[in-house]
Ligand binder design. Structure first.
Ligand SMILES: *Cc1c(COP(=O)(O)O)cnc(C)c1O
Length: 365
């Protein structure tokens, strides 16, 4: 399968793209995940041919046989990343090789073939380039890229599929939570868990999200924005939200975040925040933090801030926590100082306004 090193993307431009005036209207206030671009990237894999048929093509519906195995056994993984306009007008990605590697790890866990890093990066870069006019210029706007792969073999037997389709679609997005870095409220799920030891919690797969939705609906019913999951074994340790990692800021200026032991998704934003905090000389501990401790620390004032982080919303303060045992407020219920500083720092690097000392920003054009 040495085709991998020589495989080239064939480019078929969309012959009837969305007219410029219509595109401008759609990306003016795009929200999240509803406005899509003119093209998509696609690569196929089969047991016989390996990776093949790489192309950038007009975005269109994909025809699927009802027996396609993903529809039955959910062999599917994805990534989420953004292409940004920098202050100087150029366009960049943020640590895209980290997404490529995590995509490979997710594939490994789901018994799927690993897409070579080079193909992953090329698919992202070529799609961003051809759809560059879809990147919103408004504050907080970006082109959200969604690479994903699923089992496309027509077969109902239970085993890893022999055929897969890898696709990348792109969506013009605004700020994820309306109103920017406003503090969110979160509901502690005590009857549902997201991931168990030995399960798929560290893989970015659709199945994890499917399993989290009933708890997320419960959070909404309770008047909260998001759900926070506890560990599956003891229902004691705080893990993460449905799609964001958590950080806790203590009154001595130190920070705590739950450790990566297989049940938490290793966020690239999480890793970047860890690095930025350590650059500032902040002591950050990756250690388990219990729900009862969280409540006690919030009440005693030992805990100053809590924030959630992920590509879509970057850094989002947590203001209120609700649970069946009662509610508690973190700090003054708004955006903490360190939360704001780390958010500004990270966004500043992503936008090319702060020094990129770690070489995280990959300029495309
Ligand atoms: C994607 C994701 C995150 C955040 O990861 P980033 O790389 O920072 O975007 C956190 N938790 C879950 C469950 C996720 O799926």
């Amino acid at each position: 399968m040495d085709t991998e090193t020589t495989l080239q993307f064939e480019v078929e431009a969309n012959a009837s793209p969305v007219p410029a005036s219509e595109r401008e209207a759609r990306i003016a206030d795009p929200g999240f995940g509803r406005v899509f671009t003119d093209h998509m990237a696609m690569v196929r894999w089969s047991r016989d041919k390996g990776w093949h048929a790489a192309k950038i093509a007009p975005r269109k519906a994909i025809e699927m046989d009802p027996a396609s195995s993903v529809l039955h056994y959910a062999q599917e993984i994805f990534e989420g990343m953004k292409a940004y306009r920098l202050a100087d007008g150029s366009t960049a990605l943020f640590r895209p090789e980290q997404n490529a590697r995590r995509f490979q790890k997710s594939a490994e866990r789901m018994a799927m073939p690993q897409l070579p890093e080079k193909l992953f990066l090329e698919s992202i870069e070529k799609l961003t380039e051809i759809d560059r006019d879809w990147i919103p210029t408004a504050e907080g706007g970006a082109l959200y890229l969604r690479p994903f792969m699923f089992a496309s073999e027509v077969f109902l037997g239970v085993r890893p599929a022999h055929e897969y389709l890898y696709l990348v679609i792109a969506s013009s997005v605004g700020a994820y939570f309306q109103g920017g870095a406003k503090a969110i409220s979160i509901w502690v799920s005590d009857d549902y868990t997201r991931a168990a030891p030995g399960g798929t919690g560290a893989a970015k797969c659709g199945g994890n999200y499917a399993a989290s939705l009933v708890a997320q609906s419960q959070a909404i019913e309770k008047g909260c924005d998001q759900v926070v999951f506890l560990d599956a074994a003891e229902h004691r340790w705080v893990e993460e939200l449905g799609g964001m990692n958590l950080f806790f800021v203590m009154d001595d200026g130190s920070m705590v975040t739950p450790p990566l032991k297989g049940t938490i998704l290793p966020g690239i934003t999480r890793d970047s925040i860890l690095t930025l905090a350590r650059d500032e000389g902040i002591a950050v501990r990756e250690e388990p933090y219990a729900i009862d401790q969280w409540r006690a620390d919030a009440e005693s004032g030992r805990l100053r801030e809590t924030f959630a982080c992920g590509t879509a919303a970057v850094v989002t303060p947590v203001g209120t926590v609700r649970s069946s045992k009662g509610d508690f407020t973190i700090g003054a219920g708004g955006t903490g100082q360190l939360t704001q500083r780390l958010r500004d720092r990270l966004v500043g690097i992503q936008r090319g306004e702060h020094d990129d000392t770690h070489g995280w920003v990959k300029r495309l054009f």
